[in-house]
Design a protein around this ligand. Structure first.
Ligand code: 2P0
Length: 332
């Protein structure tokens, strides 16, 4: 299989040094224009481009170091994981891309700063931080675009987690995935805010990977998604460039609802949104009719993320007192 990411790693590893301890951070991100559907599952190549905003200090800190007892060790949030845990298997399989069959035992220690109660997935920040940490540990001098390309093999959304602010993952055209990676968008928007309204913190019934594959395979509504998503991505980027918040918010909300509609038309239907999610949306839509300028986006889970500008924060919090507000440009 010709895979640009795997080729890039093997080439870089030809001159790698023995690993040293290296720590890295990557922020989580939320897509304003979603990635949903793959044209190639082995390389995690998407059917459409996507555009995200990073979550500043909400993300993953990962340290990679050589193991002194000859065995791999993986820990998450201070807890040592069994080698058979899902997280450990995924992290070590990803590290194997770098080890290329050589016996290089590693310790991988990840700490997520995303509040557990926010119920956000951490695979985006997790694989981006792990990519940075592995590259650092082996002394590989790769650009962020190259690291984004590599992180895609771990998780598609990780491509967008190498920067603060906005990022766009171009779907690319090449079969080997050489042009499918993300880039930062050089727009600052200090008033931009995101609030997480947590609905359900339990484990989800379907992983997003299974959910998107099932949707692509069975949903008659999916046919219109890739072109619509591509158009939304372009229009949202333009709205970011113009700092036109109502246009951006309306597009992001419509894009998220269209993604969820493709899932609801899957056979059998797939729904990550619960009655609580819909109740939040209805409350938001009522408030919008009354003048609140806030919009919603939802991913492969029941939580609702609100998008608004700083001057609406007091009103958003009075409507959703439990919401956790993130200032994506604040700590930069
Ligand atoms: C996104 N999601 O753009 C979309 C919106 C969920 C809904 O990217 O199979 O964990 O590892 O590439 O990146 C979640 O999917 O999936 C995701 P894989 P990933 O943020």
């Amino acid at each position: 299989m010709n895979d640009a990411a795997r080729t890039l790693i093997s080439k870089a590893m030809e001159t790698a040094k023995p690993p040293v301890e290296f720590s890295a951070y990557a922020p989580s991100n939320i897509a304003l224009s979603k990635y949903w559907g793959k044209r190639d599952a082995a390389r995690n190549l998407p059917l459409n481009s996507s555009l995200s905003i990073s979550l500043a200090e909400w993300g993953s800190h990962t340290t990679v170091r050589p193991s002194s007892d000859g065995r791999d060790h993986v820990s998450l949030n201070g807890e040592t994981l069994s080698a058979t845990s899902k997280f450990a298997i995924k992290a070590l399989k990803f590290a194997d891309l770098f080890r290329g069959g050589k016996d290089i035992p590693l310790v991988i220690d990840t700490r997520n700063t995303i509040p557990t109660a926010a119920g956000l997935a951490s695979s985006a920040s997790g694989f981006a931080a792990l990519t940075r940490a592995l590259c650092g540990a082996f002394g590989l001098d790769l650009s962020e675009s190259e690291m984004s390309l590599i992180a895609r093999i771990g998780s598609g959304s990780a491509t967008r987690s190498f920067w603060h602010g906005f990022a766009r993952w171009d779907k690319g055209e090449a079969e080997d995935g050489s042009d499918s990676f993300a880039q930062p968008l050089a727009y600052n928007w200090p008033e931009f805010r995101i609030a997480i309204v947590a609905v359900d913190v339990g484990p989800k019934s379907h992983s997003s990977r299974d959910g998107m594959n099932h949707t692509v395979a069975t949903s008659p509504l999916f046919a219109t998604w890739p072109d619509q998503a591509e158009a939304d991505c372009k229009a949202i980027e333009q709205a970011v460039a113009d700092q036109d918040f109502p246009v951006l918010g309306a597009l992001a909300e419509a894009n998220a609802l269209a993604m969820h509609a493709t899932m609801q038309a899957a056979r059998p239907a797939l729904s990550y949104l619960t009655s609580d999610s819909w109740a939040i949306l209805e409350r938001l839509w009522q408030a919008r009719q009354d003048g609140l300028e806030a919009y919603a986006t939802m991913d492969a889970g029941a939580n609702v993320k609100l998008l608004f500008l700083q001057d609406s924060e007091v009103n958003v919090l009075s409507l959703f007192p439990e919401a956790q507000v993130i200032d994506p440009f604040g700590a930069l």
